[in-house]
Design a protein around this ligand. Structure first.
Ligand code: PEP
Length: 259
C-alpha cells in the first residue's frame, strides 16, 4: 500500500464526567495550554456528556476555537418513542461533527451489539457526521491469540453495507478492552500492528485507496508521557483519550506530544 500522510485526530472522551460548569473550566485550561497554531496541526475533538454540548458549542463558535464538538453516543432512529435517547439529527443541530459508537463500555454495559453499532454508524454518516467506531479485544481473546481475527470481524460487522465514499471519511478506534482505564496501555508496536491489520481489512472489504484514507486511532490509558510514541507509528493516525482528557492541561500536553 502506498504511504501517504493523514492528518492526526485526537479525541477526548469525557464519559460521564464534568457538569457543564466544569466542562467550560476544562476548555479554559485547554485553551491556556495549546495555541491556535497547535489546533490547526491536528483535528482535536471533545466528546462531553450530552448536557455540556450546548455550552461547548457556544464557546467553540464564539471564540472560533479550532476544536470540533463530538458526542459519545446516539440512537439510530430519527425521532419517536425512544425515551432517554438522542437522535443523530439532534446532534447535528448542535454542530456536532464526530460521534463515538461501539465504545466497549456501551458494548459491555448497555448490550450494544455489532448490528446496533452498524446501524448507528450508518445513521451518523447519513446525518453528515463522522462516526468514530471503536473496536478492540478482551484480555482473554488476546491471550488466546485471536485478537487480529476478532477485531477484523468487528470491523467487517461495523462497516456492513457502508458505501465506499462514506467509508473514506470514517474514523476507527482500536481500543483493547484490557487497556481502557487500567493504566496498562498497549505498546506502540502492538498499536501499530493492530492498526495496520485493521487497514488491511478495510482494503480487503473496499480497496487500498479507501483503506489509506481511513483514520485509525489507538485508545487505552494514553497519557502525556506515552502519547507521542503511538503517533510516530505509520498506521496510528491519532488517539482516543479517556481519563487524561478530563484535565485541560493534561489533554493539551497530549495534543502537543502528538503534533
Ligand atoms: C476511552 O475512554 O476510550 C479510553 C481509552 O479511556 P482511558 O484513556 O481512560 O483508558
Amino acid at each position: 500500500m502506498e504511504k501517504i500522510t493523514r492528518k492526526k485526530i485526537i479525541c477526548g472522551n469525557w464519559k460521564m464526567n464534568h457538569s457543564h460548569y466544569e466542562a467550560v473550566q476544562t476548555i479554559q485550561q485547554l485553551k491556556a495550554t495549546v495555541s491556535e497554531e497547535d489546533l490547526i496541526k491536528a483535528d482535536v475533538v471533545i466528546h462531553p456528556p450530552f448536557t455540556s454540548l450546548r455550552s461547548l458549542q457556544t464557546i467553540f463558535e464564539a471564540e472560533k476555537l479550532g476544536i470540533f464538538l463530538g458526542a459519545q453516543h446516539c440512537y439510530f432512529e430519527k425521532s419517536g418513542a425512544f425515551t432517554g435517547e438522542i437522535s443523530p439529527e439532534m446532534l447535528l443541530k448542535l454542530h456536532v461533527t464526530f460521534v463515538i459508537v461501539g465504545h466497549s463500555e456501551r458494548r459491555t454495559l448497555f448490550n450494544q451489539s455489532d448490528e446496533i453499532v452498524n446501524k448507528t454508524a450508518k445513521a451518523i454518516s447519513e446525518a453528515q457526521m463522522i462516526p468514530v467506531i471503536c473496536v478492540g479485544e478482551s484480555q482473554k481473546i488476546r491471550e488466546a491469540g485471536e485478537h487480529f481475527d476478532f477485531v477484523a470481524s468487528q470491523v467487517e460487522a461495523a462497516l456492513s453495507g457502508f458505501r465506499i465514499d462514506t467509508v473514506k471519511r470514517i474514523v476507527l478506534a482500536y481500543e483493547p478492552i484490557w487497556a481502557i482505564g487500567t493504566g496498562n496501555n498497549a505498546t506502540a508496536e502492538d498499536a501499530q500492528d493492530m492498526c495496520a491489520s485493521i487497514r488491511k481489512k478495510v482494503s480487503e472489504l473496499y480497496d487500498s485507496d479507501t483503506a489509506n484514507l481511513v483514520r485509525i486511532q489507538y485508545g487505552g490509558s494514553v497519557n502525556e508521557e506515552n502519547a507521542g510514541s503511538f503517533c510516530k507509528k505509520y498506521d496510528v493516525d491519532g488517539l482516543l483519550v479517556g481519563g487524561a482528557s478530563l484535565d485541560g492541561v493534561k489533554f493539551g500536553n497530549v495534543i502537543k506530544a502528538v503534533i
